[in-house]
Design a binder for this molecule. Structure first.
Ligand code: PHE
Length: 335
């Protein structure tokens, strides 16, 4: 009996010592002192013992029990005091507080604005099917417009999406008309990199389809969105621009934010900054996704989020954004 008790005590102490968390200690407690523990079962046998044995084992059991309890409580206190130290917010810390990446910030700003205008945020894959990136957008295999988007092809004939426009097709085929969606995301093109070209950049696709949607609606939404983004009374103008999936297609310029339209080096003295390609959705694109162009019409735009972040934070070299170089990224005054 004495051997058995010695072993129980030795095991219990070993397990208490190796416990790391409060929960571990509580498990040890129930294992060694609980109702179904070996010790408790042995204690029940006392009533069958001789009077002499009762005199020896009664106090012995009690001592073992109180000693173990003490040991367990000490260990609990030790662990809890360590937790307190972890939570002491007054202690000095070397850790720097980070902030969101400039692109995440502008993406959130713009999607917040669009959400308020009734747009749903959607998402699509960065590894995309040729069909969604080109074919369904009225860019068949032999179309020269494919040359405008130098593409990274994958070995299985998929590709890295060259723009966020495949989300137009995915959204139409999922929700049909009417719809109002926006899709921020990363895009890839096989570019030679310099201070204004990157192989990886971010766009935000916007698309509205409904009955009687016209160019006036496009201008109204774009102007409203840009006024909120720049928190100033920007003007917009449309110039013709070609994209196979819109007709008519436009390049949208906004009045220069630096000089207010008077002309400066940023806007190359024109008073305007090229900001966002857009246009009325081509009937072929609607048809391909089972939307009747006789009933529905719509517009789409592709806002360059990378461009926007560079304008907002006055970042002159696009390569900084994907560099992961915190020394450079933290130079921008991001709250
Ligand atoms: N996806 C086009 C591009 O990246 C931009 C665009 C989007 C143009 C929507 C028109 C409408 O070149």
């Amino acid at each position: 009996m004495k051997e058995k008790l010695k072993k129980i005590v030795a095991d219990a102490i070993k397990e208490v010592n190796s416990a790391l968390k409060e929960a571990d200690v509580l498990n040890v407690k129930s294992k060694f002192l609980g109702k179904k523990s070996e010790l408790s079962l042995l204690m029940k046998d006392i009533k069958n013992m001789s009077v002499e044995d009762k005199k020896i084992y009664g106090p012995l059991f009690n001592k073992i029990k109180t000693d173990l309890e003490l040991k367990i409580n000490e260990k609990l206190e030790e662990i809890q005091s360590k937790i307190d130290i972890h939570l002491d917010e007054t202690l000095p810390t070397d850790e720097e507080i980070g902030s969101l990446h400039p692109i995440s910030i502008v993406a959130k700003d713009v999607t917040d604005i669009l959400k308020r205008m009734g747009f749903t945020i959607v998402n699509g894959p960065e590894m995309e099917k040729e069909y969604y990136n080109f074919e369904a957008l009225n860019i068949p295999k032999t179309h020269p417009a494919r040359d405008m988007q130098d593409t990274y092809w994958l070995s299985n004939n998929d590709l890295l999406r060259t723009h966020t426009s495949p989300n137009q097709v995915r959204a139409m085929q999922k929700f049909n008309a009417p719809l109002r969606i926006c899709a921020p995301g990363r895009c890839f093109r096989n570019e030679d990199m310099d201070h204004s070209h990157e192989t990886t950049f971010f766009q935000l696709e916007g698309m509205v389809i409904d009955k009687n949607v016209s160019i006036s609606n496009l201008i109204y939404v774009m102007e409203g969105m840009l006024k909120e983004i720049f928190k100033s009374d920007v003007k917009v103008r449309l110039r013709p621009g070609f994209f196979p999936f819109v007709e008519p297609g436009f390049e949208l310029d906004c009045s220069c934010l630096i000089c207010g339209g008077k002309g400066c080096s940023t806007c190359k003295n024109s008073g305007w900054i090229e900001l966002c390609p857009c246009g009325m959705i081509h009937p072929n694109v609607l048809k391909e996704s089972n939307i009747d162009p006789e009933i529905y019409s719509g517009f789409a735009f592709g806002l360059g989020l990378t461009r926007l972040a560079m304008m907002k934070y006055k970042i002159s070299d696009i390569r900084i954004l994907n560099s992961g170089d915190l020394r450079k990224l933290s130079e921008f005054n991001i709250e």
